[in-house]
Design a protein around this ligand. Sequence first.
Ligand SMILES: O=C(O)c1ccccc1N[C@@H]1O[C@H](COP(=O)(O)O)[C@@H](O)[C@H]1O
Length: 207
Amino acid sequence: MAIVRTKICGITSVEDAVVAAEAGADAIGLVFYRPSPRAVDVRQARAIVAALPPFVTTVGLFVNASRCEINETLDAVRLDMLQFHGDESPADCDGYHKPWYKALRVKPGIDVRAHAGEYQGASAILLDSYVAGVPGGTGESFDWSLIPRDLSQPLVLAGGLNPENVERAIAQVKPYAVDVSGGVEVRKGVKDADRVRDFVRRVRGWV
Ligand SMILES: O=C(O)c1ccccc1N[C@@H]1O[C@H](COP(=O)(O)O)[C@@H](O)[C@H]1O
């Protein structure tokens, strides 16, 4: 059985980053989108990244950010990958000399395969729930039967995942990785250490 990778997104403190890393998360996500309750600035992000042990991937999440803002963030913070979670075109995502992946928000009627196929430069495609007016981090799951089996890029499953449903999600979707934010929080922007550990254990099949 393939190992499924875990990303814990929306980390806003050193403490939560260390919990995620010690739990066995493969990646942590830092939200550079000011309207989000999970947004961090570059000073917070630098402190979080500095506290991480080796081999934990740092992902910067952007929503329709300007090239200038992304480049300034990359100059200030050691980010390994970029997650584009807005309406960015394939061209908008290229040119940062970093691996990147694109989030697509799924609702009935969307042709996921065709949409994903436009992002040939992406290291992966992340599928999240569509909620009108909110780009992500909604805690809402979507109908996993809408996911095509034969995407050409690795699939990162997101949207309303939590320790209670992640094993079912993995069994049904067989993603490359899972990404969680709200499902392992005490409140928006603050992780629940026990739920983070429980989530990672379940993804790894340790329970
Ligand atoms: O976390 C946020 O606040 C956020 C804001 C804007 C875009 C994306 C955001 N988070 C990402 O949304 C998905 C699903 O989150 P959840 O588990 O349903 O809460 C995940 O990829 C987060 O990284």
